[in-house]
Design a protein around this ligand. Structure first.
Ligand code: DAS
Length: 322
């Protein structure tokens, strides 16, 4: 008989940690042991629990995410896999940072829930069971951080929350899921690609994410750049930006503040085709970088990691999607 897969379960908070109070409000009460007690653990898996926090993920910061990454990295040295439970609001941001900042072949799998414990369609226990199955599977090795949710497995750097309330809110707009889980068995749909990683020493770079829209005031771009170490702008269509913003953004690049443009459409690249101010060719000529197929949130986390590693943003964003 083969020895059991030894996994660590790290709880950080989120809906998955919530129960309902007498007024029906979701309140974070469940620690890692409680989450495990409610889960049907896959056969051949042994789980050790640990608590990182009991936080709403909308209040997590990149420095806190990096602290979590360091904790997970230590666990990855001692266990066969690590599962992190997390609020879904910023799950993709934490998962992206874990993927970019941790060097380990050991599977790190992030999951969460859209319903609190006690709701009729509570999805936490099944999502944890799926994440444990993914983390225990040798085929999950060397893929960077993964997100397991429902019956899908996504690459952390590609996934995004695409629905505010649905039970299956996640998708990977550029590529779709990398795996599916059926009856506790994982099937990967693509071979592993070595994950991009950086030697991230800090995650406190000030990098706002601004969404452009028709007629967006220049003061928005000015305010975003005030004190910024970098900027990500989610532009319209192919990443187009209001033409009155362009001088400011170009000046920022000349001062050494990296500016990355992504698309606010939810899918597809920030690319080049159109002439004229604010168009993609103008943006490129002024030194703005394209996020490629990265989501705006993932581009921001990658820029924070790049700056926190002292790496070259131009080199980083010249690479295709991590
Ligand atoms: N939206 C909630 C969740 O799904 C809250 C959070 O992100 O913490 O967990």
């Amino acid at each position: 008989m083969s020895s059991p897969a030894r996994l660590a379960l790290v709880a950080t908070g989120g809906t998955i940690a919530c129960t309902l109070d007498a007024d029906g409000r979701a309140v974070r009460t469940l620690a890692a042991d409680d989450l495990l007690a409610a889960t049907i653990v896959p056969a051949g898996v042994e789980v050790t629990t640990t608590n990182f926090g009991l936080m709403p993920s909308w209040d997590l910061t990149p420095p806190a995410m990096l602290e979590l990454a360091r904790r997970v990295e230590k666990l990855a040295a001692d266990f066969d896999g690590v599962v992190v439970t997390h609020g879904t609001d910023t799950l993709e941001e934490t998962a992206t940072l874990l993927s970019l900042a941790i060097r380990t072949p050991v599977p790190v799998v992030v999951t969460g829930a859209m319903r609190a414990s006690g709701e009729p369609d509570a999805d936490g226990p099944a999502n944890i069971a799926t994440a444990l199955a993914v983390a225990a599977d040798p085929a999950s090795h060397g893929r960077g951080t993964l997100v397991a949710f429902g019956d899908e497995v996504h690459l952390a750097t590609r996934v995004s929350k695409r629905h505010s309330s649905a039970l299956l809110p996640f998708g990977s707009p550029a590529t779709g899921p990398v795996g599916v889980v059926h009856d506790g068995t994982v099937t990967f749909l693509a071979p592993p690609v070595p994950p991009t990683t950086y030697d991230v020493t800090h995650a406190h770079a000030d990098v706002p994410l601004v969404v452009a829209c028709a007629g967006a005031p220049v003061r928005l771009a000015r305010a975003a750049l005030d004190g910024a170490d970098g900027l990500v702008v989610a532009g319209m269509g192919l990443g187009h930006l209001p033409s009155p913003w362009m001088d400011l953004l170009g000046d920022a690049v000349r001062r050494g503040v990296p500016v990355v443009r992504a698309t606010r459409t939810g899918a597809g690249p920030a690319a080049g085709r159109y002439s004229g101010p604010g168009g993609d060719i103008d943006a490129e000529e002024r030194g703005l970088m394209s996020a490629g197929h990265r989501t705006p949130a993932a581009a921001r986390i990658e820029l924070i990691c790049v700056l926190g590693a002292g790496a070259d943003p131009a080199e980083a964003f010249a690479r295709p999607l991590p």
